[in-house]
Design a protein around this ligand. Sequence first.
Ligand SMILES: [Zn+2]
Length: 411
Amino acid sequence: MIMGREEVGQRSETVRRANLSAIVRELHLRGPISRSELVAWTGLTRSAIRSLVGDLVAGDLVAEEAAVRLGTPGRPSPLVRLVAENAVVLALEIAVDSLAVATVGLGGDVLWQRRVERLRGHSLLEEIVSDLADLAASARSRRPADETPIGVGVGVAGIVSRVDGLVAFAPNLGWIDVPLGDRLAEALDLRVPVAVANEADLGALAEFRRGAARGADDILYVHGEVGVGGGIIVDGRPLSGIAGFGGEIGHMPINPAGRACRCGSVGCWETEVGEGVLLARAGYPVDGGSAAVDAVLADAAAGRPQALDALREVGRWLGIGLAGLVNVLNPRRVVLGGLFSLIHPFVADRVEEELDRRALAAPRRLVSVVPATLGVDAPLLGAAEMAFDPLLADPAAWLGPRGALVQLESA
Ligand SMILES: [Zn+2]
């Protein structure tokens, strides 16, 4: 094919942008690395890396530090690192019992973070939006006055349309078709994109990039609190369905003879493994919240039979559901988050037993079930990761003519 001069130019500009994206992504996920390691990992030439890193340094996204010796022959190679403070995002989370905010820098450094209690039942959209705006303002007041986030990521325990940030259904909040993304964008008034997603999808993203699922490309993240959510990553990409509603494993029908579910169905998985049923079986009020969960864990640690039996029963149902999901998805890793990471020490044996009994031998052999390593903050950190995605996809769009970081046209 013969290309005109203009086409050649366009082609090479496309390649340059893709290469800048590859470099920023590597640095974001792996941390500071030497120029020669960048050469090895990206497969680009030494001079290409020098020129691309130069562009990023001029744009203040990246800094180079004194050369480090790697114990290999040849000249020492400069260490390349992202400048976290020059591209920050705001992460917000609406959990059942709390609201959280974090300012996160490029590279994943949490620069400031706060979580506050939220009373269950206080779920008016305007109240929550106003509380989140206050939290965001306090987060920004801890940072330099001229710092503007490049994006906002929001996690919520509900079924969310990724396209417009509409929360289609959030039983814990009593929300149906609530325009959370639009209202938050107005209240925050930052003129940057506000992306909203399901908290389990975000927990999966965070554990995939920075936690227990690092290095695995096919994962299932199972998040427990009052409800049970799932985040599925297949071949490195989130599985979300046509509108982003996918992954609602908590509402997988599992016990036709079971209890009524908040979604209107009967015997959904979360009616057998959610926080409420654990508390009820352990002899605590179903709406006892995190204090009651702590009490059950203390009872279990002290060897009290009712708590241990309750945990065994939850572990059994957890294993039954996971066996089906392992057969369907053939994941490398199942990451248990939220409530399930807390109870993991007490339920792990039972879960493994049910997997051995019920999952097909071939996928069962390939999967490991592990607790989340990012703790309760996984969805919040995932919200930050989501807010970084446009920059990671095309850093060139953010580099101004004289090196200043500029906002995307579409922002
Ligand atoms: Zn249900």
